[in-house]
Ligand binder design. Structure first.
Ligand code: ASP
Ligand code: MG
Length: 465
């Protein structure tokens, strides 16, 4: 049995978590291949450093580099006791972060950062975590080897979210990873990052490590792909909001993709592609609770499995309004706003157009807010100031209720809105109600906990049926 184990950022977020990840890999009763994310928050910091450099904020990017160096070296110190390994890996960390600082400096000199430059910067996190995890496994007696996916996953040059080329990728995985596996060694592959045929570093898009795991699984004809995160698979609600949330035991690929589309963080929609094509089962498991079986995602689930709807909530979002004070705001301007944000790599998880208020409401991640404001200001610099309005309205959350046909005769949508009305939740925007099974809406962030708990109860998920 060949199984791909992918560890997300929180599963390798500290020395303790890296040690737990190593335990999981070493306890495996099959041949493991590891794919690893950067330590939690590292990719965000790397990107923030690049933006700071482009804006000439030198102290910020230097501080980011220093913090990354301190955090990774502390982990190396805690995990690697053999002086040789400690020196080697510590040296590797120092060299990479020195390189990062040089990259930041050239961005500062240019005064701008391209998407290609952002990929080069964002790639550092996984290089560090993969080397540290491989060394930790070696320290415990395994033959583990860190491999950079820039040598394995071949993509086009759509920087920021490059598309893998399946043929060359499979060839390289077969040529470079297969022999290691056959010798019983444990490859530890960097998630998220890749390279063009010419060798220029790309990334597969944010949260791309799951995609890497799926590509590696397909390219090596793995038996299963296990995605280790910090939750017990796909749940009926976020367990930090609803402690009694239950795990969906078994789903089909398309049901899982649906949930991911609505923002379930456990799985990225693109991820499913390579495993679906190859018919490889996926397991979503919790590295903080490795005894739990998690959620199994397969081509044909057992007909008698338990079917439950899921409530997916996302916080850390901000609502931005852009428009005009009179009725001059029109659809072409909306298109321009969305286009300039997309070109600036700002993701817009939800938006709504209010024709009566002449505004476009944009739901963005808080970390993108400053960059988005700047981008929109630049785009609409030509509009007269007393006509153009741009502002941050409030902190918001999005909530989606995704049902499965056959769960309940009563439509999820009407059921959900009845519950919201009863609870007094202020619904700011409704974004999806494409079928009677799904609905998404945007609410004030401070109402998210109460609302999700209430909905969970109202939809009958609070007690085991
Ligand atoms: N480190 C990357 C990110 O934060 C990829 C991943 O974690 O999957 O987006
Ligand atoms: Mg992830």
């Amino acid at each position: 049995m060949l199984i791909i184990h992918k560890f997300g950022g929180t599963s390798v977020g500290s020395a303790e978590r890296l040690a737990a990840a190593a335990d999981i890999v070493l306890a495996a009763e099959h041949q493991p291949v590891v794919v690893v994310s950067a330590m939690s928050k590292v990719t965000n910091q790397l990107i923030a450093g690049a933006r700071a450099a482009a804006e000439g904020r030198d102290t910020i990017y230097r501080e980011i580099k220093a913090a990354l160096l301190a955090r990774h070296l502390a982990v190396v110190d805690a995990l690697l006791t053999r002086s040789r390994a400690r020196l080697d890996v510590g040296g590797f960390v120092e060299d990479r972060l020195h390189e990062l600082e040089q990259l930041y400096r050239s961005i500062a000199v240019l005064g701008e950062v391209t998407v290609r430059g952002l990929d080069a910067v964002a790639a550092f996190g996984e290089q560090l975590s993969a080397h540290i995890l491989a060394a930790t496994l070696r320290e415990r007696g395994a033959r583990a080897e860190a491999l950079s996916a820039t040598e394995l996953i071949v993509t086009d040059d759509a920087f920021g979210a490059a598309h893998p080329l399946p043929g060359p990728t499979r060839e390289r995985l077969q040529a470079r990873v297969k022999p290691l596996v056959e010798r019983g060694a444990i490859p530890v592959i960097t998630g998220y990052i890749a390279a063009t045929e010419a060798g220029v570093t790309t990334t597969l898009g944010r949260s791309g490590s799951d995609f890497t795991a799926a590509l590696v699984g397909a390219g090596l004809d793995a038996d299963e792909v296990w995605i280790w995160s910090d939750v017990d698979g796909i749940l009926t609600a976020d367990p930090s909001l609803v402690p009694e949330a239950r795990t969906l035991p078994e789903l089909s690929y398309s049901e899982a993709a649906d949930l991911a589309y609505y923002g379930a963080e456990v799985l990225h929609p693109k991820t499913v592609g390579p495993v679906v094509a190859a018919g490889i089962p996926l397991r979503l498991r919790n590295s903080f609770n490795p005894q739990h079986p998690g959620t199994l995602v397969v081509k044909s689930p057992r007909p008698d499995r338990e079917r439950l709807p899921a409530i997916i909530s996302t916080t850390g979002l901000t609502l931005l309004a852009v428009g005009s004070r009179d009725d001059a705001w029109h659809l072409a301007l909306t298109a321009r706003a969305l286009h300039c944000l997309s070109a600036a790599s700002v993701d817009v998880p939800m938006f709504s157009q209010s024709f009566s208020e002449h505004t476009l409401n944009l739901v963005l991640r808080e970390q993108d807010q400053a960059h988005a404001l700047k981008t929109l200001q630049g785009e609409f610099a030509g509009l007269s100031a007393d006509n153009f309005a741009l502002g941050v309205k409030e902190k918001v959350a999005t909530v989606s209720v995704v049902g499965v046909p056959g769960w309940n005769d009563k439509g999820i949508v009407s059921h959900t809105f009845a519950a919201l009305g009863q609870h007094g939740t202020r619904v700011i925007a409704v974004a999806q109600a494409a079928t009677e099974h799904n609905v998404s809406f945007c609410i004030p962030e401070e109402q998210v906990g109460d609302t999700v708990r209430f909905l969970h109860q109202e939809l009958g998920l609070g007690v085991a049926s």
